[in-house]
Design a binder for this molecule. Structure first.
Ligand code: PLP
Length: 364
């Protein structure tokens, strides 16, 4: 069975919208798409009066080279959030099919499933947030058409070993699409799962420029998958999804100079992650720091209310999980600049004043 048979029949049969053809040369008069013939004020040569190419060739070429994947296997999306949504819309029939996830994990998988009317099958991570391959396989039902695996996982920071991903891929062949969300893989020691694409036609890898590449505001990510899957997803995508200014920004950030800067920032984040992990672990209020391969740390506190209040008083925003069984006592703290990280440590450090009050309160 081909992976395409897991897709919704109506999407397989859908005849895609044909975007306006691109001009052949500079002398072509473009009166076919109701665009303005004049660029907007401040355009600066971007040609924003013209619809953008659906998949700009220059950016495709750069991403293909960056990820080591043939450009026919690359689909550029508006962040991986859009990629997740496209996958669910293509592979899940409302009221019939389901996705599988391993909570606690990134919220958009369940969100996209709910919007699509697809079911959600959960096989929780182990208590130490490692992925239990047998539990994932044991929870599989015939309804599941997509298994999402987030590695390194948000919000725990732990990565899944490539051998475990390959075991999942082998077991899920012909049964479900296996989507590996690698939003944080640039910060990890573990290699990307892109190596599996050639061997497994039902494996899909998601990458994004939002995290390590520092372009969350440009909304660019991509799907790495076999060309037929790329073609299916493209059918569901609007015809001109990628704004010219965002593509232009990405090309500059992915230039040799941009890459060098990014590599240095990733190294800095990783060394700050080590420093923060050690410093936080040493604080009396910290119960545990989850080992992280991402640009954040999940930190468990002896007194989560106290930690929340201290950070709020110091005007530091972090992510909490008040409604999550596994993470109710934890905060997810992004690794920032050294000075920002120092502020976190200062806010959480025991102060003499605090100790006195604490002791006095306990005595009374
Ligand atoms: C941030 C994040 C994304 C979303 O990335 P965009 O490309 O900005 O949409 C996807 N997956 C995970 C796990 C994330 O943490």
């Amino acid at each position: 069975m081909s992976v395409l048979e897991l897709a919704r029949a109506e999407i397989r049969e859908l005849i895609p919208y044909v975007p306006a053809p691109l001009p052949q040369d500079r002398d072509t008069v473009l009166l076919n798409a109701n665009e303005s013939s004049w660029p907007p004020p401040g355009d600066d040569g971007l040609d924003c009066h013209r619809y953008p190419p659906p998949q700009p060739a220059a950016l495709l070429a750069v991403l293909s080279e960056l990820y080591g994947v043939d450009s026919r296997r690359v689909l550029i999306t508006r962040g991986s959030d859009e990629a997740i949504d496209l996958l669910v819309r293509v592979f899940c029939r409302a009221g019939q099919d389901a996705i599988a996830i391993q909570p606690p994990t990134f919220g958009m998988y369940a969100m996209s499933a709910q919007i699509q009317g697809a079911g959600i099958v959960s096989a929780p991570l182990r208590a130490d947030f490692t992925l239990d391959v047998d539990a994932v396989l044991g929870a599989m039902t015939d309804a599941v058409t997509i298994v999402f695996v987030c590695s390194p996982n948000n919000p725990s920071g732990r990565a899944v070993a490539l051998a475990d991903i390959e075991r999942l891929a082998t077991a899920l062949r012909t049964r479900a699409v296996l989507v590996i969300d690698e939003a944080y893989v640039e910060f990890a020691e573990a290699p990307s799962a892109t190596a599996l694409l050639a061997r497994h036609e039902h494996v899909v890898v998601l990458r994004t420029l939002s995290k390590a590449w520092a372009m969350a505001g440009a909304r660019l990510g991509c799907v790495l998958a076999q060309p037929q899957v790329v073609a299916l997803l493209r059918k569901v995508m609007p015809p001109y999804p990628l704004p010219r200014p965002c593509v232009d920004l990405a090309l500059r950030a992915l230039s040799p100079g941009g890459r060098e800067q990014t590599r240095a920032r990733i190294a800095l984040v990783r060394s700050e992650r080590e420093r923060m992990s050690l410093a936080l672990s040493a604080l009396p209020t910290v119960r545990a720091v989850v080992p992280s391969q991402a640009n954040f740390l999940a930190v468990r506190f002896a007194d989560i209310e106290d930690a929340r209040r201290r950070l709020r008083d110091a005007r530091i925003m972090v992510r909490d999980f008040p409604d999550d069984d596994a993470l109710g006592d934890a905060l997810r703290i992004t690794i920032g600049m050294a000075a920002e990280n120092d502020r976190v440590l200062a806010a959480l450090a025991p102060t003499r004043g605090f100790r006195v009050v604490d002791v006095a309160e306990r005595r009374s």
